[in-house]
Write a protein that binds this ligand. Structure first.
Ligand code: ACO
Length: 315
């Protein structure tokens, strides 16, 4: 089976930073409550930026790096996938707008997928499968979210959790180690946002139900992918979970004693950016020099759907 290698990454966040103290001027909350219950200290919120401009900026950075590193040409990108639940337009897709902005070939399949916070991980397998089917080599996968558009800023238990941002990766189909799983159960009660034209387009969440779901499926997703990849946690260099709540990740990492330091976290600076959280984390890790060629990374995501997914990749 062919695998996916991440050639280059990029990220983009809005200029405006909203701290927990800023949030306490909007709803009845405090820095102390938010940081203790979630690990979040601040989030970036769009003013002039949109889901589209963030996606374009993150993709441009990733593509520029891929061109420098591998000499790829824009026309080598055969697939553009944007994972998003907060696209600027219902149509055209954000992926088509990115394709145009980056000057990619018209001979490129460009479309969005909606798997909420699991979107980037679903997209990994979508890109891999399409590259195999089309005998292409490179794909551009982006997670971009403007969640602030759908937050209810009178609802303190949800509006403090989310932020805006985008992360992108140029993917290469090759023979590297790869395993992938994805699940969904169709639950629309504990986490949802109604669609275009509906009376209320706001994110609604049963926090404790989502918390319990998250800790269960993160462990299940991680264990399954280790089994599929015929490796153990000892062989893994980093685990990058969807950044939804520091306590969720801490809960899971305690199940792998001695390996807690492998669980990367950056939620304090971004809050939950849904489909963008994993590629933003990967880009930061590369920038911090944490990722070296050949490292084994496990990615695990979960979100509305309810969806969840895990992948084993090498860097
Ligand atoms: N500030 C102060 N108090 C608050 C706030 C707030 N922002 N929000 C809720 N409270 C209060 C509640 O009103 C409640 O008060 P009460 O006891 O007087 O009734 C108290 O704090 C406890 O509320 P809980 O809901 O029990 O708090 P909990 O510890 O469960 O934390 C939280 C809430 C942070 C939302 C948690 O349940 C959570 O993180 N759940 C998972 C959420 C998540 O990950 N969502 C996204 C996943 S998928 C995706 O990314 C789209």
């Amino acid at each position: 089976m062919k695998g996916i290698h991440i050639v280059a990454t990029g990220r983009a966040v809005p200029k405006k930073i909203v701290t927990n103290d800023d949030m306490s001027k909007i709803v009845d909350t405090s820095h102390e409550w938010i940081v203790t219950r979630t690990g979040i200290c601040q989030r970036h919120i769009c003013e002039e930026e949109t889901c589209t401009t963030l996606a374009v900026e993150a993709a441009q950075k990733a593509l520029k790096e891929a061109i420098q590193k591998e000499g790829i040409k824009p026309e080598d990108i055969k697939v553009v996938v944007v994972a998003s639940v907060t696209s600027e337009y219902s149509f055209p897709s954000t992926a088509c707008l990115v394709q145009q902005a980056l000057g990619l070939s018209q001979d490129t399949m460009s479309f969005d997928i909606g798997a909420a916070c699991s979107g980037f991980l679903y997209g990994l397998e979508v890109c891999r499968s399409l590259l195999m089917a089309q005998e292409g080599k490179y794909a551009l996968l982006i997670g971009s979210e403007q969640l602030s558009r759908v937050l209810d800023f009178t609802e303190r238990s949800s509006c403090i959790l989310f932020g805006d941002g985008a992360g992108a990766a140029v993917l290469r189909l090759d023979d590297s180690l790869y395993a992938h799983r994805a699940w969904s159960d169709g639950n629309k009660d504990v986490l949802y946002c109604k669609g275009a034209g509906q009376e209320e387009m706001k994110l609604r969440m049963e926090g404790q139900d989502v918390f319990k779901f998250a800790v269960r499926v993160l462990k299940q997703g991680l264990d399954t992918i280790l089994t599929d990849g015929e490796i153990t946690i000892e062989d893994v260099d980093y685990v990058v979970c969807h950044q939804a709540n520091k306590r969720i990740i801490e809960h899971v990492m305690k199940k792998y004693p001695g390996h807690e330091q492998k669980f990367y976290m950056n939620i304090e600076n971004y809050a939950n950016t849904s489909g963008a959280s994993i590629p933003i984390a990967l880009d930061e890790m590369r920038e911090e020099g944490l990722l070296q060629e050949g490292m084994k990374i496990v990615l695990v995501g979960f979100g509305a759907g309810l969806t969840w997914s895990s992948a084993l990749i090498t860097i």
